[in-house]
Design a protein around this ligand. Structure first.
Ligand SMILES: [Zn+2]
Length: 240
């Protein structure tokens, strides 16, 4: 079983895969993907969340959703979370800090994460370089927050290792566009396997990247199972 905790639904302004989520998932044996609407992430959260809700209403249950939260539009975000989380087709929240002009250490992101912790809503936050340490600080400050560091801070993966070691409610996923040799080996050697998840960034990035990174690092069978689905199933309570 494979659960992809970082996927997107809808077209990109970048060159992504011109293929539907389910086709990409079938190609790589991905059983379940949690997607955010690209429209919500890059342009209009309210419209994108609603478009995704309409799509998920008739889509196979192999697809679940993230409610995209714009930290500078928290009233809208709270309305969307209260509308969509109870449907159980949405199981978490997604925050993109760059597109919304909201650094992780900004008061707007702090307020958004406070709200999401109160809602007991797992939250995927894009992290780059040292910003993952700011996400770890929010986890330390908010005892109910469960956060996923999207892209595992990319080139800042050593900061991601330190961040994960500082708080067991901070999870890492490796959807790097450049999976340099040896990075994942360092992560596996230093981070509790209960805090590792599988994310691909499909359909922007081909899942081959993440799957290759993980295969090359040769986790133990037990750790591989945790990364592939077990940790995600626990975090999102998405497997009956
Ligand atoms: Zn993303």
């Amino acid at each position: 079983m494979i659960i992809d905790v970082h996927a997107h639904w809808g077209p990109w302004f970048f060159t992504g895969l011109d293929t539907s989520n389910l086709t990409v998932m079938d190609r790589y044996g991905i059983d379940l993907a949690i997607v955010s609407a690209t429209e919500a992430v890059t342009y209009d959260p309210a419209a994108g969340n609603r478009a995704l809700a309409r799509f998920l209403a008739t889509a196979p249950d192999r697809l679940l959703g993230y409610v995209t939260v714009h930290p500078r539009r928290l009233d809208e975000a709270e309305r969307d979370l209260r509308e969509f989380l109870p449907t159980r087709r949405f199981v978490g929240a997604k925050i993109h800090t760059d597109y919304t002009g909201s650094p992780i250490k900004s008061p707007q992101v702090r307020d958004a994460l406070t709200m999401l912790a109160d809602l007991d809503c797992p939250t995927l936050v894009h992290t780059w370089d040292t910003s993952v340490l700011d996400l770890a600080q929010h986890c330390a400050d908010l005892p109910r927050l469960r956060a996923i560091a999207g892209h595992m801070a990319a080139g800042g993966y050593r900061h991601a290792i330190a961040a994960a070691r500082s708080c067991d409610r901070l999870y890492l996923e490796p959807s790097w566009s450049h999976g340099l040799a040896g990075r994942m080996d360092e992560v596996l050697a230093a981070v509790d396997p209960r805090q590792l998840l599988l994310g691909t960034d499909a359909t922007l990035i081909d899942p081959a990247a993440t799957l290759g990174i993980l295969a090359a690092a040769r986790p133990t069978p037990e750790t591989a199972e945790r990364i592939a689905w077990r940790n995600a199933a626990d975090l999102f309570r998405c497997i009956e």
